[in-house]
Ligand binder design. Structure first.
Ligand code: SAM
Length: 272
Protein backbone atom coordinates (compact mmCIF):
# COMPACT_ATOMS: atom_id res chain seq x y z
CA UNK A 1 0.00 0.00 0.00
CA UNK A 2 1.46 3.43 -0.85
CA UNK A 3 1.48 6.45 1.45
CA UNK A 4 -1.58 8.06 -0.13
CA UNK A 5 -3.64 4.88 0.28
CA UNK A 6 -2.46 4.52 3.88
CA UNK A 7 -3.51 8.11 4.59
CA UNK A 8 -6.92 7.75 2.97
CA UNK A 9 -7.60 4.50 4.81
CA UNK A 10 -6.63 5.93 8.15
CA UNK A 11 -8.60 9.14 7.71
CA UNK A 12 -11.65 7.06 6.78
CA UNK A 13 -11.07 4.71 9.72
CA UNK A 14 -10.75 7.62 12.17
CA UNK A 15 -13.36 9.75 10.41
CA UNK A 16 -11.16 12.83 10.49
CA UNK A 17 -10.26 15.72 8.19
CA UNK A 18 -7.01 17.67 8.04
CA UNK A 19 -7.03 20.62 10.47
CA UNK A 20 -5.42 23.73 9.02
CA UNK A 21 -5.02 25.29 12.47
CA UNK A 22 -2.69 22.42 13.43
CA UNK A 23 -0.64 22.63 10.23
CA UNK A 24 -1.92 19.26 9.10
CA UNK A 25 -0.41 18.78 5.66
CA UNK A 26 0.07 15.03 5.60
CA UNK A 27 2.97 13.49 3.67
CA UNK A 28 1.91 11.29 0.76
CA UNK A 29 5.23 10.89 -1.09
CA UNK A 30 6.80 7.46 -0.58
CA UNK A 31 10.05 8.88 -1.95
CA UNK A 32 10.25 11.72 0.60
CA UNK A 33 9.14 9.43 3.43
CA UNK A 34 11.91 6.96 2.53
CA UNK A 35 14.51 9.75 2.41
CA UNK A 36 13.50 10.83 5.93
CA UNK A 37 13.54 7.27 7.28
CA UNK A 38 16.97 6.65 5.69
CA UNK A 39 18.34 9.82 7.32
CA UNK A 40 16.96 8.69 10.69
CA UNK A 41 18.39 5.17 10.33
CA UNK A 42 21.76 6.71 9.36
CA UNK A 43 22.13 8.04 12.92
CA UNK A 44 22.21 4.48 14.27
CA UNK A 45 20.14 5.20 17.39
CA UNK A 46 17.42 3.35 19.26
CA UNK A 47 15.34 6.09 20.84
CA UNK A 48 13.17 8.17 18.55
CA UNK A 49 10.88 11.11 19.28
CA UNK A 50 8.40 12.22 16.66
CA UNK A 51 6.55 15.53 16.87
CA UNK A 52 3.14 15.33 15.20
CA UNK A 53 2.67 11.72 14.02
CA UNK A 54 -0.56 12.77 12.32
CA UNK A 55 -1.98 9.82 10.40
CA UNK A 56 1.31 7.94 10.53
CA UNK A 57 3.12 8.69 7.26
CA UNK A 58 6.42 8.39 9.13
CA UNK A 59 5.18 6.72 12.32
CA UNK A 60 4.03 3.48 10.68
CA UNK A 61 7.54 2.93 9.32
CA UNK A 62 9.31 4.15 12.47
CA UNK A 63 7.24 1.69 14.54
CA UNK A 64 8.53 -1.19 12.44
CA UNK A 65 12.15 -0.21 12.99
CA UNK A 66 12.28 1.27 16.49
CA UNK A 67 10.80 -0.13 19.69
CA UNK A 68 11.56 2.98 21.72
CA UNK A 69 9.34 5.50 20.01
CA UNK A 70 7.81 8.53 21.73
CA UNK A 71 5.16 10.60 19.95
CA UNK A 72 4.20 14.19 20.80
CA UNK A 73 0.80 15.16 19.43
CA UNK A 74 -1.68 17.96 20.05
CA UNK A 75 -4.71 16.70 18.11
CA UNK A 76 -7.12 14.85 20.43
CA UNK A 77 -8.39 12.41 17.80
CA UNK A 78 -4.86 11.45 16.83
CA UNK A 79 -3.70 11.21 20.45
CA UNK A 80 -6.47 8.67 21.12
CA UNK A 81 -5.58 6.69 18.04
CA UNK A 82 -1.85 6.49 18.81
CA UNK A 83 -2.49 5.64 22.45
CA UNK A 84 -4.46 2.64 21.21
CA UNK A 85 -1.44 1.52 19.15
CA UNK A 86 0.85 0.65 22.02
CA UNK A 87 3.22 3.58 21.60
CA UNK A 88 4.34 6.09 24.16
CA UNK A 89 2.35 9.28 23.48
CA UNK A 90 2.90 12.67 25.08
CA UNK A 91 -0.35 14.56 24.66
CA UNK A 92 0.47 18.24 24.37
CA UNK A 93 2.10 21.11 22.59
CA UNK A 94 5.69 20.32 21.60
CA UNK A 95 6.64 23.89 22.57
CA UNK A 96 5.14 23.59 26.06
CA UNK A 97 5.88 20.06 27.30
CA UNK A 98 8.76 19.39 29.63
CA UNK A 99 11.66 18.37 27.42
CA UNK A 100 13.57 15.58 29.18
CA UNK A 101 15.19 13.95 26.19
CA UNK A 102 18.92 13.38 26.02
CA UNK A 103 21.75 12.58 23.66
CA UNK A 104 20.35 9.06 23.26
CA UNK A 105 17.33 10.48 21.44
CA UNK A 106 16.80 11.50 17.85
CA UNK A 107 14.01 13.89 16.88
CA UNK A 108 12.15 13.45 13.62
CA UNK A 109 9.21 15.45 12.35
CA UNK A 110 7.30 16.79 9.42
CA UNK A 111 6.87 19.91 11.52
CA UNK A 112 3.64 21.89 11.67
CA UNK A 113 4.78 25.14 10.07
CA UNK A 114 3.60 27.36 12.96
CA UNK A 115 6.11 25.94 15.43
CA UNK A 116 9.06 25.03 13.22
CA UNK A 117 11.49 27.87 13.93
CA UNK A 118 10.63 27.88 17.65
CA UNK A 119 11.40 24.15 17.82
CA UNK A 120 14.84 24.78 16.34
CA UNK A 121 15.56 27.63 18.76
CA UNK A 122 14.38 25.49 21.71
CA UNK A 123 16.68 22.64 20.65
CA UNK A 124 19.58 25.11 20.55
CA UNK A 125 18.79 26.22 24.10
CA UNK A 126 18.71 22.66 25.52
CA UNK A 127 21.52 21.88 27.93
CA UNK A 128 21.32 18.20 26.93
CA UNK A 129 21.52 18.11 23.17
CA UNK A 130 19.79 15.40 21.20
CA UNK A 131 21.93 13.03 19.13
CA UNK A 132 20.38 14.51 16.02
CA UNK A 133 17.28 15.78 14.27
CA UNK A 134 15.66 15.15 10.89
CA UNK A 135 13.06 17.84 10.28
CA UNK A 136 10.81 18.99 7.45
CA UNK A 137 10.36 22.76 7.07
CA UNK A 138 8.75 25.15 4.68
CA UNK A 139 11.55 25.83 2.19
CA UNK A 140 11.86 29.47 3.23
CA UNK A 141 12.47 28.51 6.88
CA UNK A 142 15.01 25.86 5.79
CA UNK A 143 16.77 28.56 3.75
CA UNK A 144 16.87 30.85 6.77
CA UNK A 145 18.35 28.07 8.90
CA UNK A 146 21.21 27.37 6.47
CA UNK A 147 21.74 30.92 5.16
CA UNK A 148 25.21 32.44 5.05
CA UNK A 149 26.14 36.06 5.78
CA UNK A 150 25.24 38.75 3.25
CA UNK A 151 22.34 36.79 1.80
CA UNK A 152 18.63 37.52 1.84
CA UNK A 153 17.63 34.80 4.32
CA UNK A 154 20.46 35.33 6.82
CA UNK A 155 19.37 36.23 10.34
CA UNK A 156 19.20 35.29 13.99
CA UNK A 157 17.82 31.82 13.22
CA UNK A 158 20.76 31.07 10.88
CA UNK A 159 23.38 32.10 13.43
CA UNK A 160 21.74 30.33 16.37
CA UNK A 161 21.10 27.08 14.47
CA UNK A 162 24.56 26.98 12.90
CA UNK A 163 26.23 27.67 16.25
CA UNK A 164 24.83 24.52 17.82
CA UNK A 165 24.22 22.19 14.87
CA UNK A 166 25.92 20.97 11.74
CA UNK A 167 23.13 21.12 9.18
CA UNK A 168 22.72 19.29 5.88
CA UNK A 169 19.92 19.14 3.33
CA UNK A 170 18.27 15.71 2.99
CA UNK A 171 15.74 16.35 0.22
CA UNK A 172 13.19 18.70 -1.27
CA UNK A 173 9.41 18.22 -1.20
CA UNK A 174 6.91 19.95 -3.46
CA UNK A 175 3.30 20.89 -2.67
CA UNK A 176 2.05 17.69 -4.35
CA UNK A 177 3.97 15.56 -1.85
CA UNK A 178 1.37 16.54 0.78
CA UNK A 179 -2.36 16.26 1.28
CA UNK A 180 -3.81 18.82 1.44
CA UNK A 181 -1.15 20.48 -0.73
CA UNK A 182 0.39 23.57 0.90
CA UNK A 183 1.05 26.65 -1.23
CA UNK A 184 4.80 26.54 -0.73
CA UNK A 185 7.66 24.11 -1.22
CA UNK A 186 9.33 22.26 1.66
CA UNK A 187 12.76 20.94 2.50
CA UNK A 188 14.10 18.29 4.91
CA UNK A 189 17.18 19.12 6.96
CA UNK A 190 19.39 16.88 9.05
CA UNK A 191 21.00 18.28 12.22
CA UNK A 192 24.03 16.81 14.01
CA UNK A 193 25.26 18.47 17.21
CA UNK A 194 28.37 20.59 16.94
CA UNK A 195 30.71 21.56 19.72
CA UNK A 196 30.11 25.16 20.70
CA UNK A 197 32.03 27.41 23.08
CA UNK A 198 28.80 29.17 24.12
CA UNK A 199 28.19 28.24 27.75
CA UNK A 200 24.89 30.05 28.10
CA UNK A 201 22.77 29.64 24.93
CA UNK A 202 19.99 31.82 26.38
CA UNK A 203 22.36 34.76 26.80
CA UNK A 204 23.68 34.19 23.25
CA UNK A 205 20.11 34.23 21.94
CA UNK A 206 19.45 37.56 23.67
CA UNK A 207 22.70 38.93 22.21
CA UNK A 208 21.67 37.80 18.71
CA UNK A 209 18.16 39.23 19.09
CA UNK A 210 19.72 42.61 19.83
CA UNK A 211 22.27 42.35 17.01
CA UNK A 212 19.55 41.51 14.48
CA UNK A 213 16.81 43.78 15.82
CA UNK A 214 17.18 45.95 12.71
CA UNK A 215 19.57 44.10 10.49
CA UNK A 216 20.21 47.01 8.12
CA UNK A 217 21.13 49.37 10.93
CA UNK A 218 24.80 49.64 11.90
CA UNK A 219 25.72 47.01 14.46
CA UNK A 220 27.12 49.44 17.03
CA UNK A 221 23.66 51.10 17.27
CA UNK A 222 21.90 47.75 17.66
CA UNK A 223 24.35 46.79 20.40
CA UNK A 224 23.71 49.95 22.43
CA UNK A 225 20.71 48.30 24.15
CA UNK A 226 23.19 45.82 25.69
CA UNK A 227 25.36 48.39 27.42
CA UNK A 228 24.54 47.05 30.91
CA UNK A 229 25.71 43.48 30.24
CA UNK A 230 28.56 44.07 27.77
CA UNK A 231 31.59 46.31 27.62
CA UNK A 232 30.73 48.13 24.40
CA UNK A 233 33.93 50.18 24.51
CA UNK A 234 35.58 46.97 23.30
CA UNK A 235 33.60 47.05 20.06
CA UNK A 236 36.09 49.39 18.32
CA UNK A 237 39.00 47.20 19.44
CA UNK A 238 37.32 44.11 18.00
CA UNK A 239 36.60 45.96 14.75
CA UNK A 240 40.27 46.93 14.34
CA UNK A 241 41.59 43.49 15.28
CA UNK A 242 39.26 41.84 12.80
CA UNK A 243 39.89 44.40 10.02
CA UNK A 244 36.25 45.45 9.86
CA UNK A 245 34.61 48.83 9.43
CA UNK A 246 33.14 50.68 12.47
CA UNK A 247 29.89 51.01 10.51
CA UNK A 248 29.55 47.30 9.89
CA UNK A 249 26.08 45.74 9.84
CA UNK A 250 25.44 42.42 11.55
CA UNK A 251 24.34 40.79 8.29
CA UNK A 252 27.93 41.18 7.02
CA UNK A 253 29.35 39.01 9.80
CA UNK A 254 29.53 35.21 9.63
CA UNK A 255 28.31 33.08 12.57
CA UNK A 256 31.95 32.56 13.59
CA UNK A 257 32.61 36.31 13.62
CA UNK A 258 29.47 36.99 15.64
CA UNK A 259 30.56 34.33 18.11
CA UNK A 260 33.97 35.99 18.35
CA UNK A 261 32.41 39.43 18.94
CA UNK A 262 30.12 38.02 21.65
CA UNK A 263 33.07 36.58 23.57
CA UNK A 264 35.14 39.72 23.05
CA UNK A 265 32.48 42.03 24.46
CA UNK A 266 31.96 39.70 27.41
CA UNK A 267 35.67 39.56 28.08
CA UNK A 268 35.67 35.77 27.73
CA UNK A 269 38.00 33.73 25.54
CA UNK A 270 37.84 34.06 21.76
CA UNK A 271 37.47 31.25 19.30
CA UNK A 272 40.64 31.01 17.20
N1 SAM B 1 3.77 13.28 10.53
C1 SAM B 1 2.55 13.44 9.75
C2 SAM B 1 2.88 13.42 8.28
O1 SAM B 1 4.05 13.62 7.94
O2 SAM B 1 1.96 13.24 7.48
C3 SAM B 1 1.80 14.72 10.12
C4 SAM B 1 2.59 16.00 9.93
S1 SAM B 1 1.57 17.44 10.03
C5 SAM B 1 2.53 18.53 9.02
C6 SAM B 1 1.89 18.10 11.65
C7 SAM B 1 1.42 17.27 12.82
O3 SAM B 1 1.78 17.95 14.01
C8 SAM B 1 -0.06 17.02 12.92
O4 SAM B 1 -0.28 15.71 13.32
C9 SAM B 1 -0.54 18.00 13.99
O5 SAM B 1 -1.70 17.59 14.66
C10 SAM B 1 0.66 18.03 14.91
N2 SAM B 1 0.83 19.27 15.68
C11 SAM B 1 0.46 20.53 15.33
N3 SAM B 1 0.86 21.42 16.25
C12 SAM B 1 1.50 20.71 17.21
C13 SAM B 1 2.13 21.07 18.45
N4 SAM B 1 2.21 22.33 18.85
N5 SAM B 1 2.69 20.07 19.18
C14 SAM B 1 2.62 18.78 18.77
N6 SAM B 1 2.04 18.38 17.61
C15 SAM B 1 1.49 19.34 16.85
Amino acid sequence: MNALQRLENRMAQLQIFAKKSLGQNFLISDHVIQKIIDAVVGFNVEKIIEIGPGCGALTDLLKEKFTQLTLIELDRDLIQFWQSQNVNVIAGDALQIEWNFTDEHLLVSNLPYQISSSIVIDRCLDQNKLIGMVLMFQKEVAQRIRAVAQTEHYGMLSVMAQEFWKIETVCEAGPRDFKPAPRVASRVLKFSPRVSNIENPQSYLTFLKNCFQQRRRVLSTNLSSLSKEYDLSLFSEWVIQNKKNEKIRVEELSPLEINSLYHYLRGTSCRS
